[in-house]
Design a protein around this ligand. Structure first.
Ligand code: SF4
Length: 364
């Protein structure tokens, strides 16, 4: 047996000699051995050598719903940090959530810290008496989820963004949406909010880079955050497809920029994209603007359709990519040895308010 459990985080040195292929064989064995003691959740952006082990696959909304229903003592979350935190919030104290690589974060989630958002909240309150409803995209830390829970707001995913934002717009005079400006802008625009009714708050600038008048006039205040993967799709890619393959339907994720979403034929969450491509008749052709692992998987699953990435470059989520078979193996082995590593545990006070926000979301 490999002596890898001396280290509580990534046991890099002791696993250095293990190839992915060897780790995959060991994972098969351990999964069988551990049976219901452990369940694996896998995000759609994971690589094939990981997703093959997922007992539940999905986007972040689906996996949050799945996690809430589980009773297995150990949940290994093959995804990124904020997703494992959400699973911890939605599961009981007796269950433990494990993230195979603690460095698997999300660059978008890192673009809004609790201090920055609290500062913004006070800056806005200082210049307006309007009721501001805070909504965070699920791609954020647990402390931001708790912040919206405490302040009458809620959480959205890309699957339910329209419903949630519509709820927030009806509930107050203004919406403060973070961290993804693009999902916020694209969704609000679809709901009828005009571009000139939205402003972007940049936490790196004094007062977010906004004047008092701009904050007072705005219906929607969008945080200056974005996804570095979906930012890789550009208008020129769509122009290129229209020229070379005019029959191809362009479908993109709403984390793409406004001009890309506007120029595409359709847009929606990961789950929506999968559904649309599966439902399309044989022979259909799609250029998809989302993470490359998902696009490649759809391509393999449906060889009777032409499926390409909208971008000629690999739009890969490098943080999702960090979850490698050897880390999954190390997590499983640590459970077998009753010395679990990489446990994600949200502070109970933060979890309490984050759970309020999540429950509010699930009831909208
Ligand atoms: S695809 Fe973008 S938003 Fe999703 S986890 Fe990766 S960096 Fe974060």
């Amino acid at each position: 047996m490999l002596d890898i459990l001396n280290t509580r985080t990534n046991p890099t040195a002791s696993l250095a000699h293990l190839t992915d292929a060897q780790a995959v064989i060991e994972i098969h064995k351990l999964k069988q051995e551990l049976q219901d003691k452990v369940v694996l959740l896998g995000h759609h952006y994971q690589q094939d050598d990981i997703i093959q082990f997922a007992d539940f696959k999905g986007d972040s909304l689906q996996l949050a719903k799945d996690a809430a229903k589980l009773s297995n003592p150990y949940i290994i979350f093959c995804g990124v940090h904020f997703m494992a935190e959400t699973a911890d919030i939605l599961t009981s104290n007796e269950q433990q959530v494990i993230l195979p690589d603690l460095d698997a974060g999300c660059s978008m989630a890192d673009m809004a810290s609790i201090n920055e958002v609290e500062n913004a909240w006070y800056n806005i309150a200082a210049v307006t008496n309007d009721t501001v409803v805070p909504v965070t995209y699920v791609n954020c830390t647990a402390s931001l989820k708790a912040f919206v829970g405490k302040n009458g707001g809620t959480i959205c995913t890309s699957s339910n963004a329209k419903k949630v934002i519509s709820w927030a717009l009806n509930k107050g005079d203004k919406l403060l949406f973070f961290p993804d400006q693009h999902l916020g802008r694209n969704t609000c625009y679809e709901l009828g909010v005009k571009l000139d009714e939205m402003v972007t708050y940049n936490p790196n600038l004094q007062n977010g880079g906004l004047t008092t008048e701009e904050i007072q006039k705005a219906k929607v205040i969008l945080w200056y955050g974005y996804c570095s993967v979906h930012k890789g799709f550009h208008l020129e890619h769509i122009h290129q497809i229209r020229k070379s393959k005019p029959e191809t339907q362009v479908i993109v994720h709403p984390e793409c920029s406004f001009d890309v979403v506007q120029a595409s034929d359709d847009n929606g969450s990961t789950a929506y994209i999968i559904d649309q491509v599966r439902k399309a008749p044989i022979g259909s052709s799609f250029a998809i603007g989302t993470e490359i692992n998902l696009v490649n998987r759809l391509k393999q699953e449906m060889p009777d359709k032409e499926i390409i990435s909208l971008s000629p470059y690999q739009c890969l989520c490098t943080t999702m990519y960090r979850v490698r078979p050897k880390w999954l193996y190390a997590s499983l082995l640590s459970i077998k040895e009753d010395k679990p590593i990489n446990i994600i545990s949200v502070d109970p006070q933060i979890a309490k308010f984050a759970a309020i926000a999540l429950e509010r979301m699930l009831t909208i």
